[in-house]
Design a protein around this ligand. Structure first.
Ligand code: NAD
Length: 476
């Protein structure tokens, strides 16, 4: 399968821009497979101007007409998903089956947002005087911009595009420069379905320069960010001067609470599968495994066996279940976390090393007896490392699960109704999976609490993030 020539989409036209470019690497081979064009300040100004015009045209269409365009984009993607999924694997490394599943999710999000965008109902509030009525009107907030991380080149991108377009906003998006083709392929599906010029635009560039330029503009009324906590904080500050609305989808460090009554084999497969999916480069990845002492040795053994069953290789090979890390730079981060854990008394039960010296492959790794003082119990590893630690009982479990100031996802395995009730009440996380790792659908709200960010993508909350309420009072 062949990679593609990457362009930006500005004011309805494909362009290389005038800001230079940078190489795109295939992380499985280390080869340069293309170049990501960069927007200059002048290109960004053109895009800002078009974002305003695009907003006027798109928001002026009926929700039904907008839904028809979005359905056209979904159909285009159905026809093109095999090709775009291959680009995703080539630029990012994940196994082709995961890229294909991601494209199906992308299509599902477009359809859901297109349909739900037709239900921006508002309400009529009766007046206190008989001849008055009050209309609470729901309308799009205006031209919006987004910044997206590389780890889900399709999902992170569509969550910005589809919620904005579904709500009637224009979206000026800067996806990751490391995974541009997937974003471009998705944008092309909308472009070819007839989305007006400027209603959807894709730019790349020097990230701090692009963000400071766009966020200083009064044209844009909203910014949505999927990325790391430090970048999220920076962009919130940049958005403050123009008082833009902000949605922050930031990093996590999900606790996985394995209680004494757990089916250990099933829990190890379920959460191990979620752990090594996308080589652990998932914001809601199961991260620190807290296991009640009664089942601790069995769980460590089962998770180790599961890790060893992974087939690590080039994501384009059908047998591969785990691909490389996104880039060479991530290998050193993994090794430093493993070495630090070992220095704090952890045991490596499997993995703990790089694989080969071509491509950025790191072995699926299980670390047992990891104390909370080790760096990996506090910093998001964003890789295939599973630290496991014994826990004396439920009270310690809840205290340790809530120990950090991030709260994106949390997972647990128990059939005990009392513990499940405590999980619903006490866990500080935006999303909790009890006996399941499947916490995200197009129709469910996705988002964190505390330093994992605020606001949602997905569900009616995802559309509400791009809508505002306006009151009209009428004397009849
Ligand atoms: P990142 O913060 O480096 O980049 C995110 C986006 O911001 C990219 O478009 C990037 O180019 C841009 N950016 C980077 N540095 C910037 C700067 N100084 N100024 C302006 N823009 C900048 O994140 P990443 O390394 O690409 O992704 C990994 C992080 O994303 C992890 O922390 C992960 O948990 C998080 N993430 C969160 C979610 C979620 O929904 N909560 C989903 C996926 C990933």
């Amino acid at each position: 399968m062949i990679y593609t020539d990457v362009n930006m989409l500005i004011d309805g036209a494909w362009t290389k821009g005038t800001g230079g470019d940078e190489p795109i690497f295939n992380p499985a081979t280390g080869e340069v497979i293309g170049r990501t064009p960069h927007a200059s300040a002048a290109d960004l100004d053109r895009a800002l101007d078009a974002a305003e015009r695009g907003f006027r045209e798109w928001s002026g269409m009926s929700p039904h007409a907008r839904q028809q365009v979005m359905e056209g984009a979904a159909r285009n993607l159905e026809a093109r998903k095999v090709e775009i999924a291959a680009w995703c694997t080539l630029e990012m490394g994940k196994p082709l089956a995961e890229s294909m599943a991601e494209m199906d999710f992308v299509i599902g999000v477009i359809r859901w947002c297109g349909e739900e965008g037709r239900r921006a109902y508002g309400r009529v509030i009766p007046g206190r005087a008989a001849d008055h009525q009050y209309l609470a009107l729901v309308e799009p907030v205006g031209p919006a911009c987004g910044f997206a991380a590389w780890n889900f080149p399709g999902t992170n991108v569509i969550r910005k595009i589809a919620h904005a377009l579904g709500a009637g906003c224009s979206m000026l998006l800067k996806p990751s420069e490391e995974t541009p083709a997937t974003a471009m392929g998705i944008a092309a599906a909308f472009h070819d379905a007839g989305v007006p010029a400027g209603a959807l635009q894709i730019v790349f560039g020097n990230p701090p320069e692009v963000s400071s330029h766009l966020l200083a503009s009064p044209i844009l009324k909203k910014v949505s960010v999927t990325g790391s906590i430090p970048v999220g904080k920076l962009l919130v500050k940049q958005a403050a001067d123009t008082l833009k609305r902000t949605t922050m989808e930031l990093g996590g460090h999900a606790p996985v609470m394995i209680f004494a009554d757990a089916d250990v084999e099933e829990a190890a497969k379920m959460f191990g599968g979620a752990k090594f999916r996308n080589a652990g480069q998932v914001c809601v990845s199961p991260t620190r495994f807290l296991v009640e002492e009664a089942v601790y040795p069995q769980f460590v053994e089962a998770l180790t066996a599961f890790a060893e069953s992974q087939v690590v290789g080039n994501g384009m090979d059908a047998a591969t279940t785990m691909g490389p890390l996104v880039a060479e730079r991530r290998i050193d981060v993994m090794q430093a976390l493993v070495d630090d854990a070992v220095a704090h008394g952890a045991r490596v039960t499997t993995g703990g090393h790089r694989i080969g010296n071509v491509g950025s492959f790191y072995a699926p790794t299980v670390l047992a007896d990891v104390p909370d003082t080790a760096a990996i119990m506090n910093e998001e590893p964003f890789g295939p490392l599973a630290p496991v630690s014994p826990v004396s009982g439920p009270d310690e479990m809840f205290a340790r699960a809530n120990r950090l100031n991030v709260g994106l996802a949390a997972f647990a395995y128990t059939k005990d109704a009392g513990i499940a009730a405590r999980l619903r009440r006490e866990v500080r996380a935006g999303m909790t999976g009890i006996n399941t790792a499947m916490i995200s659908l197009p129709e469910t709200p996705f988002g964190g609490v505390d330093h994992s960010g605020y606001g949602h993508e997905g569900g009616i909350e995802g559309l509400a993030a791009y809508q505002q309420t306006r009151l009209v009072a009428e004397r009849l």
